[in-house]
Design a protein. Structure first.
Lengths: 320, 102
């Protein structure tokens, strides 16, 4: 037992220090490209930390979203930043920063150290053991329709939060579209390696996403992980030069993007009439209803994330 | 020291690092990175403290909240990056106007 504990410390200490070091590199290094790459590596270490903390569901979401999608979004934005030629003399500065960076600023440093000390003290003074809400989750897991407690919380006990989250995703995409999207970068033709890799990976990714969706009822996985994987697949395909047919770009894309929140709202209204409360499923049908909701949500999340990466408004793509 | 508290303290450290960087850096991409690091710190605190149950199974509620949070964070980052690119197209600088004090 002692050997196992020591082994855990030998794992925890480098992981914790590595997280802090990579976060520091992300925020303090001179080159923005290095910062973005450090941030992606930071995400990978975060997902290791989730596994260590017995949170495999979170680890799956972090790998697909935190590392894959955020990294791709940041790199794409950085490339657009560097290629922007609005202001030739400023163009050199856009990808870099002013010289005042790197010099520590004492007032914020002192304030932040006291904030950190206060937060650290607050965390430290918490009781050593606390069951949190896990007894309530365990008590009602039987009637939730699924046996994975995380999926039960996401899609049943706190389905209201998930409804609002779908709306947040939709709002973010609407925001990007309302801003007129971002300028398109001149596209380089994908090399044969990328092209072949994407062709091989896409069917596998679809299969894995479907598996994650199905297995989420009783094991780590679920709509978010599957949706994030579909979104990452969309990003890969976009990078390889693949484009949705313009006829599918108009109404079908918009319908898919709205389908997730739409399905949640429809389910909320139906359950309001049947059970008398928002998103309270009849227990005998809960499993089926959750699977339907999750399937629609996963497709919608995937489409929204890929559209966020693409960034262009549908009407601009139609007119090309 | 239990692992839950160690990871929660790392989370506090990440949050503070991010907040400091958010204040001192002028470049907007760096600010977006800083907000993401702050978010990761908050997530780490939530999940680590959810592991304080006596049973083998950790508390599932913070896990579900963090999964929601990760997806919200990426969509907010996408919107923020678009806003930054629009600002650059408009002003030619990736900084907020208040930072221009030359």
């Amino acid at each position: 037992m002692e050997a196992i504990t020591q082994l855990q410390y030998a794992f925890d200490a480098p992981l914790g220090l590595g997280l802090l070091w990579l976060a520091w590199r992300t925020l303090a290094c001179q080159d923005l490209f290095e910062a973005v790459v450090s941030f992606a590596a930071f995400g990978l270490l975060m997902s290791l930390a989730w596994v260590r903390l017995d949170a495999p569901d979170v680890a799956l979401a972090e790998v697909a979203v935190g590392v894959g999608l955020t990294g791709a979004l940041l790199l794409a934005a950085l490339a657009k930043l560097r290629s922007s030629k609005m202001n030739e003399d400023a163009a050199g500065q856009l990808g870099k920063e002013g010289s005042e960076v790197g010099r520590p600023q004492w007032l914020p440093l002192v304030v932040l150290l006291s904030v950190a000390a206060g937060l650290g003290h607050a965390v430290w003074s918490l009781p050593l053991y606390s069951a949190g809400l896990s007894p309530e989750v365990a008590l009602h897991l039987e009637t939730s329709g699924v046996s994975n407690p995380v999926t039960a919380v996401l899609l049943n006990f706190r389905a209201y939060d998930t409804l609002l989250e779908m709306v947040v995703l939709l709002l973010a995409l609407l925001g990007v579209w309302t801003l007129g999207g971002t300028a398109r970068r001149p596209e380089a033709a994908p090399g044969p390696v990328l092209d072949t890799l994407v062709r091989l990976l896409v069917p596998v990714l679809i299969l894995v996403a479907a598996y994650l969706l199905w297995v989420g009822a009783h094991a780590p996985g679920g709509a978010f992980q599957a949706g994030a994987l579909l979104g990452a697949m969309g990003v890969l395909m976009l990078l390889a030069g693949w484009r949705l047919r313009t006829s599918l770009m108009a109404l079908p894309l918009r319908l898919t993007v709205v389908a997730g929140p739409g399905a949640f709202v429809a389910m909320a209204v139906i359950t309001l009439f049947i059970e008398g409360r928002l998103l309270e499923y009849p227990p005998q049908h809960a499993g089926t209803l959750i699977l339907i909701l999750e399937t629609v949500a996963a497709l919608s999340i995937g489409a929204t994330l890929a559209a966020l990466f693409l960034g262009s408004r549908p009407q601009d793509l139609e007119n090309r | 020291m239990s692992a839950a508290f160690a990871y929660a303290l790392v989370g506090v450290g990440l949050f503070s690092l991010g907040l400091y960087a958010l204040i001192v850096h002028a470049h907007l991409l760096r600010k977006i990175l800083a907000i993401n690091v702050m978010g990761s710190g908050v997530f780490l605190v939530l999940v680590a403290l959810g592991g304080r149950t006596r049973e083998a199974q950790p508390d599932a509620v913070p896990h579900a909240m963090v999964i929601t949070g990760i997806v919200v964070a990426v969509s907010a980052s996408a919107l923020a990056l678009t806003l930054m690119l629009k600002l650059v197209a408009e002003t030619g600088r990736a900084e907020l106007p208040t930072h221009r004090r030359e």
